[in-house]
Ligand binder design. Structure first.
Ligand code: PMP
Length: 295
């Protein structure tokens, strides 16, 4: 990954309906979104000139904003078009896209009724979240310090910036201990997800994946479930206890950034990337590029 800081690059960022030079896309220090995490965002990928599941991502952005009690001052169609235009303006056909919407600086305090809602879209080249070596062997995960909170605690289905505080802390601790990522349990102690992707397990040819009742039901997760079902693979969504990990042979994580990445270990449990994980990883790579997926 490039070490060039994200505020010091060439290119154009779409900001509130206009393109601004990359380095000039700034916010004030007294921005409500910065102080009170009143911000929602998306992570999308364009493959060969087409943004995968663009409409689903844009709709999720709008729903996330609604859950945080603000309204995006554009239509879904306008944001879809702006995403495509931002890729074109930057000359990219394979890219990661980061739309974000946040409350401005008209008010600073818990109440933010009269803040202006801003929207920005940035795109950049981001080939793979994990290195090819990590993908081949399966990434190593440790247990996260924090748990996914109950739906009574926060808007768990929003892709909102504040919800990532526990992810960053958990991922940092994992990296400091030599791991790639951390597996989070939920507030009941069931397996939930990693700090930025959903998780699947394999047992006797079937996929098992946690029920997304207190974390993001990822767009990639939904795509992988549909893909597996189309290939006649059984998919079981249920609550999974950590001790059950001993019964699974394969494991992989899925997300827009992570795509389909095999997992080699989670804490004390070991997995071997096998036919199902590697097959679905290849199929997913074909599907997002609109290539035929073998039956
Ligand atoms: N969980 C978390 C915490 C995430 O950040 C992401 C990435 N957005 C996902 C799951 C996967 O979501 P998607 O497949 O929609 O990218």
């Amino acid at each position: 990954m490039s070490l060039v800081p994200f505020d010091d690059r060439d290119g154009w960022i779409w900001l509130d309906g206009q393109f601004v030079p990359w380095r000039e896309a700034k916010v004030h220090v007294l921005t409500h979104g910065l102080h009170y995490a009143s911000a929602v965002f998306e992570g999308e990928r364009m493959y060969g000139g087409e943004i995968y599941k663009l409409r689903e991502h844009t709709e999720r952005l709008f729903k996330s904003a609604e859950m945080l009690d603000f309204e995006i001052p554009f239509t879904v169609e306008e944001i879809d078009q702006a995403c495509k235009d931002t890729c074109a303006k930057n000359g990219l056909t394979d890219a990661y896209l980061r739309p974000i919407a946040w409350r401005g600086s008209e008010m600073i305090g818990v109440s933010a009724q009269n803040t202006k809602i801003h929207v920005a879209i940035a795109v950049w080249d981001w080939p793979s979240y994990f290195s090819p070596e990590e993908r081949a062997k399966g990434i190593r995960l440790t247990w996260a310090k924090y748990k996914r909170p109950s739906p009574e605690t926060e808007p768990v289905h929003a892709k909102a910036t504040g919800l990532y505080m526990i992810c960053t802390i958990s991922k940092h601790a994992a990296e400091k201990a030599g791991y790639t990522d951390a597996m989070m349990l939920d507030y009941r102690g069931y397996i939930a997800e990693s700090t930025g992707s959903n998780v699947f397990f394999v047992k006797n040819g079937a996929l098992h994946t946690p029920t997304p009742d207190c974390f993001l039901n990822g767009i990639t997760r939904q795509s992988v479930i549909a893909l597996a079902k189309s290939k006649g693979i059984e998919v079981i969504e249920r609550h999974i206890k950590p001790e059950e990990l001993a019964d699974f042979t394969e494991c992989f994580v899925v997300g827009t950034a992570a795509e389909v990445t095999p997992v080699g270990e989670i804490g004390e449990y070991r997995f071997t990337p096998g036919a199902l994980s590697l097959g679905l990883a290849d199929d997913y790579a074909r599907m997002v590029r609109r290539e035929a997926v073998p039956a």
